[in-house]
Design a protein around this ligand. Structure first.
Ligand SMILES: NC(=O)c1ccc[n+]([C@@H]2O[C@H](COP(=O)([O-])OP(=O)(O)OC[C@H]3O[C@@H](n4cnc5c(N)ncnc54)[C@H](O)[C@@H]3O)[C@@H](O)[C@H]2O)c1
Ligand SMILES: O=c1ccn([C@@H]2O[C@H](COP(=O)(O)OP(=O)(O)O[C@H]3O[C@H](CO)[C@@H](O)[C@H](O)[C@H]3O)[C@@H](O)[C@H]2O)c(=O)[nH]1
Length: 460
C-alpha cells in the first residue's frame, strides 16, 4: 500500500489530502501538524475550516484511509510520498522583509524529513514557494542523506477558498514538475498515477521543476492583474458615468479576454494574491529585472489604491468624519475612529478580533503562533445577524459576496438606521436602484454616482 504523509493540516493540506483519500481507497493518507488544536479539530465534528462539501468527504474516509495526527516524525518516516503544505508567509524581518517568502516553516519541515527518514522518499512541494526553492530543499535533504534517495517534485495547488472541494474534484489542471533525470521522471510518474485516479490524463501537466514553481506565482499574478485592471477601470467609470459591470461584460465577450475574474471590487483579499505577487516582485529584483518587478508591483499598488478609494468614499460621504459613527465591517475605518459593528456568517468573534490585533503579514503564520487572547479592539463589536449589525448605524459597508446579503430585507434595515442612511457596496451585490427607492444613498464600485457623492474627491 502506498503511504502518503502531508505536513501541514491547513487550508490546502486538509482538503487536498481528503480528496486524495476519497479518490484513492488503496492509498493511506496521514495529515500531520505541529498544532494540536488543528489536529483535534480535524478529528472532531467541527472541522477547522469551512468549505462546502468538505465535511462529507472527510466523514467518508476518516479512520479508514485518512488520518490526522500530531505524530509528525512517525508518519513522515513511514511515508513513500511526503507533501509539504506548510505556511510560506511574507517575511517581516531581515533580507527581503515585506516582500520575500519566509521559508522558515518549510526549512524546518525539510530538516525534520532528513532527520527521521530511513527509506527513499518523494518530497512534494505543495506550498507556494519562490522559484528555485527545490534546489535549496534538495541541499538540505541530501546534505547528510545516509544513502537515502530523495526526489523533489513541485506540485502547486490552485484551489480557491470557498470552492476548494469542487476545484479539487475537477481541477482545470494538475501541475507536476520534476528533475529531468530518470529518477526525477520516475517520481513524476508516481505522483501522476495518484492524480490519474480521478483527473483525466490530458489535464495532468508535467514540466521541469522551475516551470512548475514559477507557474504558480505566474497564475496568481495574472489573476490578480485582471482584478487590478478592472478596478482601475472602475475608478474611470465613476469619473465618467460609465458602468463597470457593462464594461466588464462587453470586454469579457471577446473570447481572447473571457468573462471570468472581471468583477470590480473593493480590492482583492484572500490569503495568497498579495503575498505571492510580493514574492514574485522580490524574485524579479534579485534576478536584476527591476522593470519586470515594477510592472507586477503596480498590481498591488492599484489594489491598495482601490481600498483607500473605498474608505475615502465612506469618510467623505459622511461629512468627512466617521468618528463615533457605527458602520458595518471595515478594518480601514477603525483607524478613522469609526464604531464598527461586524457581521460575517462564517467568521467567529475570536478570529475577527485576532485579525484586527495582528500586524501586517502576521496572520499568515501558523495559528498557534498567532495571538491567543488579543486585546479586543474597543471600537469593534461582532454580532451574529446582519440586521443587528446595521441597527442604529449611519452606513453599511458590504465587503464579502455572501448570497444572503442580496436577499436581506433592506426596508427593515433602513428603518432601523440613522438618516441619511448609506450603503457602500464593495462587491456590487445589491440592487442599487431598489435601495435608492427605499431612501438609501448608495455607492456601488464603478457605477454611476449618486448626486450626493458626485462632487466628492475620489481620493483624499
Ligand atoms: N489557502 C489557499 O487557498 C491556498 C491555495 C493554494 C496554495 N496555498 C499555499 O499553500 C501553503 C499552505 O497554505 P494554507 O492556506 O494551507 O496554510 P495554513 O496556515 O492553513 O496551514 C499550514 C499548516 O502548516 C502547519 N505547519 C507549519 N509548519 C509546520 C511544521 N514544521 N510541521 C508541521 N506542520 C507545520 C501549521 O501549523 C498550519 O496548520 C502556502 O504556501 C500557501 O501559499 C494556499
Ligand atoms: O473578479 C473578481 C474575482 C475575485 N476577486 C477577489 O479576489 C480575491 C481572491 O479570490 P479567489 O481567487 O476566489 O480566492 P483565493 O482563495 O484567494 O484563491 C486564489 O489564490 C489561491 C492561493 O494561491 C489560488 O490557489 C487560487 O487559484 C486563486 O484563485 C477575493 O478577495 C475576491 O473577492 C475580485 O475582486 N474580483
Amino acid at each position: 500500500m502506498v503511504k502518503i504523509c502531508c505536513i501541514g493540516a491547513g487550508y490546502v493540506g486538509g482538503p487536498t489530502m481528503a480528496v486524495i483519500a476519497i479518490k484513492c481507497p488503496a492509498i493511506e493518507v496521514v495529515v500531520v501538524d505541529i498544532s494540536k488544536p488543528r489536529i483535534d479539530a480535524w478529528n472532531s465534528d467541527t472541522l477547522p475550516i469551512y468549505e462546502p462539501g468538505l465535511d462529507d468527504v472527510v466523514k467518508a474516509c476518516r479512520g479508514k484511509n485518512l488520518f490526522f495526527s500530531t505524530d509528525v516524525e512517525k508518519h513522515v518516516a513511514e511515508a513513500d510520498i511526503i507533501f509539504v503544505s506548510v505556511n510560506t508567509p511574507t517575511k517581516t524581518r531581515g533580507l527581503g522583509a515585506g516582500k520575500a517568502a519566509d521559508l522558515t516553516y518549510w526549512e524546518s519541515a525539510a530538516r525534520m524529513i532528513a532527520d527521521v527518514s530511513k527509506s527513499d522518499k518523494i518530497v512534494v512541494e505543495k506550498s507556494t514557494v519562490p522559484v528555485k526553492t527545490a534546489e535549496a530543499i534538495e541541499k538540505i535533504l541530501t546534505h547528510n542523506s545516509k544513502g537515502i534517495n530523495y526526489q523533489i517534485l513541485s506540485n502547486p495547488e490552485f484551489l480557491a477558498e470557498g470552492t476548494a472541494i469542487e476545484d479539487l474534484f475537477k481541477p482545470d489542471r494538475v501541475l507536476i514538475g520534476g528533475r529531468e533525470t530518470p529518477g526525477g521522471q520516475k517520481a513524476v510518474q508516481a505522483l501522476k498515477e495518484v492524480y490519474a485516479h480521478w483527473v483525466p490524463e490530458e489535464n495532468i501537466i508535467t514540466t521541469n521543476l522551475w516551470s512548475a514553481e514559477l507557474s504558480k506565482l505566474a497564475a496568481n499574478a495574472f489573476l490578480a492583474q485582471r482584478i487590478s485592471s478592472v478596478n482601475a477601470m472602475s475608478a474611470l467609470c465613476e469619473a465618467t458615468g460609465a458602468n463597470v459591470s457593462e464594461v466588464s461584460y462587453a470586454i469579457g465577450k471577446d473570447s481572447r479576454i473571457g468573462p471570468k475574474f472581471l468583477n470590480a471590487s473593493v480590492g482583492f483579499g484572500g490569503s495568497c494574491f498579495q503575498k505571492d505577487i510580493l514574492n514574485l516582485v522580490y524574485i524579479c529584483e534579485c534576478n536584476g529585472l527591476p522593470e519586470v518587478a515594477n510592472y507586477w508591483k503596480q498590481v498591488i499598488k492599484i489594489n491598495d489604491y482601490q481600498k483607500s478609494r473605498f474608505v475615502n468614499r465612506v469618510v467623505s460621504s459622511m461629512f468627512n468624519t466617521v468618528s463615533g459613527k457605527k458602520i458595518d465591517v471595515c478594518k480601514g475605518l477603525v483607524g478613522d475612529k469609526a464604531q464598527v459593528s461586524i457581521y460575517d456568517p462564517q467568521v467567529t468573534e475570536d478570529q475577527i478580533q485576532r485579525d484586527l490585533a495582528m500586524n501586517k503579514f502576521d496572520w499568515d503564520h501558523p495559528m498557534h503562533l498567532q495571538p491567543t487572547s488579543p486585546t479586543a479592539v474597543k471600537q469593534v463589536s461582532v454580532v451574529w445577524d446582519a440586521y443587528e449589525a446595521a441597527k442604529g448605524a449611519h452606513g453599511v459597508c458590504i465587503l464579502t459576496e455572501w448570497d444572503e446579503f442580496k436577499k436581506l430585507d433592506y426596508q427593515k434595515i433602513f428603518d432601523n438606521m440613522q438618516k441619511p442612511a448609506f450603503v457602500f457596496d464593495g462587491r456590487n451585490v445589491v440592487d442599487a436602484e431598489k435601495l435608492r427607492e427605499i431612501g438609501f444613498i448608495v455607492y456601488s464600485i464603478g457605477k454611476p454616482l449618486d448626486g450626493w457623492l458626485k462632487d466628492m474627491p475620489a481620493v483624499a
